[in-house]
Design a protein around this ligand. Structure first.
Ligand SMILES: [Zn+2]
Length: 129
């Protein structure tokens, strides 16, 4: 499951919380994502299921660069949008989705590079050699 999907799903379970993964009643965007994949809301291993999220980005609201630290990654941005700008989790999920789409496009480009263009079906298939 993508992070954006997990945020949307978790947002349906509980109201939004700010400043922490959970306030005992609701969940922040990351807490919601955690619950959507069966973790407890305040599991701080959130980055685990979404290993690609360590990328530095300008905040779409105030421009500060966040997420460059591989320890926190895009999760840092999600937290910032949730707690500082108080974006709804649905709007945060929409933003995360655009990042995921960009990431997937660049991954596809990377895996296409160096492949034999006459055999596109073979390209991108992972081998264990
Ligand atoms: Zn900001």
């Amino acid at each position: 499951m993508r992070l954006s999907e997990a945020i949307r799903l978790g947002a349906m379970l509980k109201p939004q919380a700010f400043g922490d993964y959970t306030d005992g009643i609701g969940t922040c965007a990351l807490g919601a994502a955690n619950e959507a994949i069966g973790l407890s809301a305040n599991d701080d291993e959130t980055e685990g299921p979404w290993p690609f999220i360590a990328i530095g980005l300008p905040c779409p609201s105030c421009g500060v660069t966040l997420g460059a630290d591989p320890e926190t990654g895009l999760g840092e941005m999600v937290e910032h949008l949730n707690d500082y700008h108080r974006w709804t989790r649905e709007v945060i999920a929409d933003f995360v989705e655009t990042i995921e789409a960009q990431h997937e496009a660049s991954m596809a480009k990377d895996s296409a590079a160096g492949c034999d263009e006459s055999q596109p079906v073979v390209c991108g298939v992972e081998t264990n050699n």
